[in-house]
Design a protein around this ligand. Structure first.
Ligand code: AMP
Length: 120
């Protein structure tokens, strides 16, 4: 797989401080912020600070420290959010996954029953 990263994507601009965001957690390797168009009472995006365009790009090429930092952010977000009754983690990927922003991000959705995984 040839992973091409476009550094003009909106999350890259957030990481460079060019666009504001509503941060809920940050560490050396990851940033978590509220989705601008929430689809559930909890809708937080967790992104790595490194230039990775997708989950498979991140899984294949991120360093162990970057991967640990990313999952530390997931841990922190879940601990501070109303997801004790359950949540859904989604990583939309490329065209068939309906990925809009080509910087790897995990949606953390919860705060209400979310229904079936896919609408048919
Ligand atoms: P997707 O790439 O389809 O997995 O989803 C991208 C998500 O990014 C959508 O849920 C958008 O609402 C969200 N989004 C787009 N721009 C911003 C922004 N400036 N701040 C926070 N969330 C955003």
């Amino acid at each position: 797989m040839d992973f091409h990263y476009d550094d003009q994507n909106i999350f890259a601009k957030i990481l460079r401080g060019e666009i504001p965001n509503s941060t809920v957690y940050e560490n050396d390797h990851a940033l978590a912020f509220h989705d601008i168009q929430p689809q559930a009472p909890v809708h937080i995006l967790v992104i790595p600070k490194g230039a990775y365009m997708s989950l498979d790009h991140f899984a294949a090429h991120a360093t162990p420290a970057e991967q640990a930092g990313f999952f530390a952010a997931i841990t922190a977000v879940c601990a501070m959010s109303d997801v004790g009754s359950g949540f859904r983690a989604i990583a939309n990927t490329r065209a068939h996954g309906a990925q809009e922003v080509p910087h790897f991000h995990m949606h953390i959705l919860g705060g209400r029953p979310l229904g079936p995984m896919l609408a048919m």
